[in-house]
Design a protein around this ligand. Structure first.
Ligand SMILES: [Zn+2]
Length: 798
């Protein structure tokens, strides 16, 4: 029901610069160790990445074929006929993103079948490109009749067309494919396209910046791969045209086009667009030395991390614009789009490259282990678009979406995670992430092999074995995560309820050494010889976290963390409900390894209180609690899930007493969705409340529809109350034109006898009393508005 706004994201720096035509004059002071030089052998990430290689990429390519995304290229290239056959003009980008992900798979392990498949796809893309380099199937297929968002002419509807957005993903894919295979097939398509942009856009040419940022990131990668300075200049141009009313009519805050990027000081609008832009600003700052971008990024980063970041690392509180809300507005219905978590990680990794400060990796780690990972199932074939911190049972991962930005984004991001684990600068090796495996780090003085042995994220003990090619002096900088020192995040948005008592320790070759902390890294400068070991001990107790008092959604609530993982309570482990639970601050909590659960997880167990209504009053009883890592929710059916548990009874939602409605079986006329919303007994705060379950007929309009309760047995009833759903401002459901109640008599449906008016008031129950009837089923018949649909928050019967 949200409006068709767009979405989508970019992948991590592959790091290093293999294949560079020539080194850029300046770049980040830190070089990430590329994915080709890092191998994960752990039990957490390695299997997940294997699933991405073996399942996700193939499934997403298949979806791209089934849905017509690939066919669009065939039609545009003349190898098939028909009209543009998908919904959105940005659907081309999904194919590009998957090629990028597949290229990372090829870069680290040969796969001839995948390599050949990419060749055939790339040939189709090349054929779809117009002679002058223009590539956009939504126009090329039939320039005289494009879909509305494409605009009538090239580049004239850039606010919505995604012409440039698509190309950003094309460029990222092209560079990834070139580096993985050495083939220039897609790179040639990309440079031909970018050359057209360089001829078209500029201070004396077209001056529209992209409506959805991304081309800037792609252009920077293309610049690094080709050393063509026009591409970097164009990336900078697109950034600098934002918020410049001399060049175009501003798109506004939604697209971060309300003021020049260097003057921006708060995160606003669509969160994926925003974080892609911040990512590109960091890149352009590194390459041009323009510190004004960095100053702006520092202000914006503070705004996000101090005021607008979910505990899970997700960003974007509001689904209406898929983006940031005001400061501290963090409802647990959370949008937190999977792509936005990816974008947040991309941005924070670049901030680390700029500043060599571990706090950026703290944010990266939080987003990646929690909000991002929730976006993909353990089997790798179903996905979440939003990633809420509270569910009443309405959420379920899906194999694909009409707007498929998230499924196509995950492979390229996840396969680039090894490229974020280590970095180098001068004689310094950075260990950012703790993942068992090995890496080869190129330092000025020669290569250094690094090996990690650890059960992280389940255990905080990490052994790092250092093997320089030849013994010598260099510096090892090992990240000490904020959470291990009672700072879940920089700032005061979240804090530990009680400090971690255990302390971080460091041993070199078995001997305890004092920790010298520099910007969040334990820095060890010494002569290293092959086989030297560093043992890092990160205390990993179960921690209680509370939010800043201004976050009203989390007031009186507590969240559980252990190590980098946020935990959550899910219905299946806790007697069918969790929103009625209370976790007392003093109740002891313990971690426990469950090898058979969710591919092996540490759960957190303890004792809580469950609140239920009995005879009109809340009663409490003591119950065992089990919490799982947040990323693992929604794998065992649909039901309640809650990250922020009540600390006090008044914050719990007592389990309601059974009613005739809750005991009835709901059904509806065709097209009705969310039938359990009728009688799940969550009281809505208003007609536009999206936090409780609701029923609706959208997109059906202008017709007569019905909902029905079948009773367990014939029952006498005399009253019905309907609370209408109305999402004015967000969707297309409105109050109905009129309605009436009918009861079942034999095979017939008869209207109830009443003199009451059938009300259509907003934000309240509309109650009708009628002459008592004894029946087995009752219906509400609803006449939908002419131009809108309708829905029901809750339906009661007495
Ligand atoms: Zn997305």
């Amino acid at each position: 029901m949200r409006r068709a706004v767009v979405v989508c994201v970019a992948a991590g720096l592959l790091g290093g610069a293999p294949g560079l035509a020539q080194a850029p004059p300046s770049d980040y002071p830190t070089v990430a160790v590329p994915i080709t030089d890092v191998t994960f052998t752990d039990a957490f990430w390695a299997p997940r990445l294997e699933t991405v290689r073996g399942v996700t990429i193939a499934a997403a390519f298949k979806q791209s074929e089934i849905t017509g995304r690939v066919k669009n290229f065939e039609i545009a290239g003349g190898d098939a006929s028909g009209a543009f056959c998908t919904r959105y003009a940005f659907d081309d980008s999904d194919v590009y993103k998957l090629i990028e992900g597949a290229s990372y798979a090829l870069a680290t392990r040969p796969n001839p079948a995948l390599d050949r498949y990419l060749d055939t796809l790339i040939a189709k893309i090349a054929k779809a490109q117009e002679p002058d380099g223009y590539l956009y199937t939504a126009r090329t297929i039939n320039p005289a009749k494009t879909i509305a968002m494409a605009g009538k002419e090239r580049w004239t509807n850039e606010e919505e067309s995604h012409e440039l957005y698509n190309l950003g993903h094309l460029y990222e894919a092209a560079v990834a494919h070139y580096r993985a295979t050495g083939k220039k097939t897609l790179l040639a398509v990309a440079t031909k396209s970018a050359d057209l942009l360089a001829r078209t856009f500029g201070p004396t040419g077209v001056r529209y910046p992209p409506g959805h940022q991304e081309v800037e990131i792609g252009l920077v990668k293309l610049y690094r791969a080709t050393a063509d300075p026009r591409y970097l200049a164009l990336a900078k141009f697109f950034l600098d045209e934002r918020g410049n009313p001399a060049g175009h009519k501003l798109y506004g805050e939604y697209a971060q086009d309300h003021k020049p990027v260097v003057d921006q000081d708060a995160a606003v609008g669509h969160s994926v667009r925003a974080a892609y832009m911040y990512t590109a600003m960091a890149d352009v700052a590194a390459l041009t030395g323009d510190l004004r971008y960095v100053t702006a990024l520092d202000r914006i980063w503070d705004d996000v991390v101090l005021r607008k970041l979910y505990l899970t690392g997700g960003i974007g509180a509001n689904g209406a614009w898929e983006g940031f809300g005001p400061a501290y507005d963090l409802p647990n219905s959370a949008y937190a789009e999977t792509c936005a978590s990816i974008a947040n990680a991309l941005w924070n990794f670049r901030m680390f490259l700029l500043k060599q400060d571990a706090r950026y990796i703290d944010v990266y780690e939080r987003a990646v282990y929690n909000a991002m990972l929730s976006g993909i199932s353990l089997k790798g074939d179903t996905f979440f678009y939003p990633n809420p911190l509270l569910s009443l049972g309405q959420h379920e991962r899906s194999p694909w979406f009409t707007c498929a930005c998230c499924p196509s984004n995950l492979p390229r991001f996840m396969l680039s995670i090894p490229g974020n684990a280590y970095a180098a600068a001068g004689d310094r090796v950075f260990v950012n992430l703790f993942v068992q495996g090995r890496a080869r780090v190129a330092l000025a003085g020669g290569a250094v092999g690094i090996e990690q042995e650890t059960r992280y994220p389940w255990d905080g003990d990490v052994r790092i074995r250092v093997s320089p090619a030849k013994a010598g002096r260099f510096t090892l900088a090992v990240r000490v995560p904020g959470w291990s020192m009672s700072h879940p995040l920089p700032g005061d948005l979240y804090r530990d309820l009680t400090p971690v008592r255990d302390t971080v320790t460091l041993k070199i070759n078995g001997f305890l050494v004092p920790i010298r902390l520099e910007r969040g890294f334990a820095v060890i400068a010494r002569e290293w010889a092959a086989g030297d070991t560093v043992d890092l001990h990160l205390p990993m107790p179960v921690r209680r976290v509370v939010a800043h008092e201004a976050v009203t959604a989390d007031e009186g609530r507590v969240a559980i963390e252990r190590g980098p993982l946020v935990y959550t309570a899910e219905f299946v482990d806790n007697g069918g409900r969790v929103t009625n639970l209370v976790l007392d601050d003093q109740a002891p909590l313990a971690a426990e390894w469950r090898p058979g659960l969710l591919n092996g997880v540490e759960v957190v167990t303890g004792t809580g209180t469950a609140v239920s209504m009995r005879g009109g009053s809340p009663v409490s009883r003591t119950v065992p609690l089990t919490l799982i890592p947040y990323y693992g929710w929604a794998h065992r059916g649909k039901g309640e899930m809650e990250v922020w548990l009540a600390r006090r009874a008044d914050k719990a939602r007592p389990a309601p007493e059974p009613t005739l409605a809750s005991a009835s079986t709901g059904s509806s006329s065709d097209g009705g969705k969310g039938i359990q919303g009728l009688n799940e007994q969550y009281e809505p705060a208003g007609s536009n409340d999206h936090t409780t379950l609701y029923f609706h007929w959208w997109p059906t309009k202008n017709s007569t529809e019905w909902v029905q309760y079948d009773f367990p047995s014939a029952t006498a009833v005399s009253e019905t109350s309907v609370y209408w759903f109305d999402d004015t401002g967000q969707g297309e459901c409105r109050l109905p034109r009129r309605w009436r109640a009918l009861y079942k008599s034999g095979d017939a449906w008869l209207p109830v006898e009443t003199t009451d008016a059938y009300g259509v008031a907003r934000d309240t129950y509309n109650t009708v009393h009628f002459k008592p009837v004894t029946t087995t089923a009752i219906r509400v018949e609803v006449v939908l508005p002419e131009a809108f649909s309708a829905g029901i928050q809750e339906w009661k019967i007495r």
